[in-house]
Design a protein around this ligand. Sequence first.
Ligand code: PMP
Length: 346
Amino acid sequence: MLPESVLTQAAKEMLDWQGHGMSVMEISHRSPEFIQIAEETESDLRELMQIPDNYKVLFLQGGATGQFAAIPMNLASSTDTADYIINGLWAQKAAKEAKKYVNVNIAATAEPFTYVPDQKDWKVSEAAAYIHTTPNETINGVAYNFSPEAGPVPIVGDISSMILSEPLDVSKYGVLYAGTQKNMGPAGLTIVIVREDLLDRARDETPLVWHWSDKSIAGSMLNTPPTYGWYLAGLVCRWLKSNGGIKAITEINKRKAEKLYSAIDESDFYNNNIQTAYRSKMNVVFQLANPELDRTFTDNAYPRGLKNLEGHRNVGGLRASLYNAMPEEGVDALILFMKEFEKKYG
Ligand code: PMP
């Protein structure tokens, strides 16, 4: 979801952005007008996430999946080893892609993905190039409840499904990355936040579009950046700032998740099997006591405006994503529907 006020503003500015007689899509990415959009977005993101000055922020294409390959290419040589912490399907996919470029050591795995392994139990390799983590596992609904302790080995975090949803100590990470389509804008824009001292490790064969150092020198404009996505992400950042920033949204997100998990826990008809301490506030997965009713549930929910409740195709069941733009009333409406559905089919 995107905030309604953001979509309304984008609609209003569609044909004529700030009196320039053009849509943002028609403005050259090298024009002063677009540079202004680009700089404001970066500055607002830095302010919201309190990104330290010794980190660069890149605006790229290729999604988080592109970064699954870009990370080893930018941080490791082909003979290096990188540690991966597997707490869900996205971490698994990240490790699988990385194997093409680096020796992957699975330092911890938490199958069947109902918790996050304690950092003291990670079996890290002696001289890893980096440690890859996934603070929020979108498909499995499992989230870290701690920031990893940073040591000499840089920690990489895939924050695709939790960026801007709660406080995050950027300084604990060497690299953070996210596709923006969940909490920050449309699909097509990828954010990479990288500590400056890590910018000298890229392999020569790293594709230019994912070469963090070259991209950083060019202000993410080595080639045409995803300008409209960049603009929309800027509107989302401004919306978040004017609504109290990370502090305010954290409270709202906490309330939304607590309500929904309570409704699930109070019922024998619905179930969530993630260990309580590691339940995601963004992606609430749940199962019906009778999985044959999954389809009836989503079919009945749809006309009530309750959409996209199917679990990921790899895990089945149901999933409610409570990203920043989902208002609390949306969660209330879902809970009301769940109670009615249970009365009828339970
Ligand atoms: N990592 C996580 C945690 C995700 O949630 C997703 C997308 N759902 C991805 C990676 C893949 O992102 P993309 O589709 O932008 O490549």
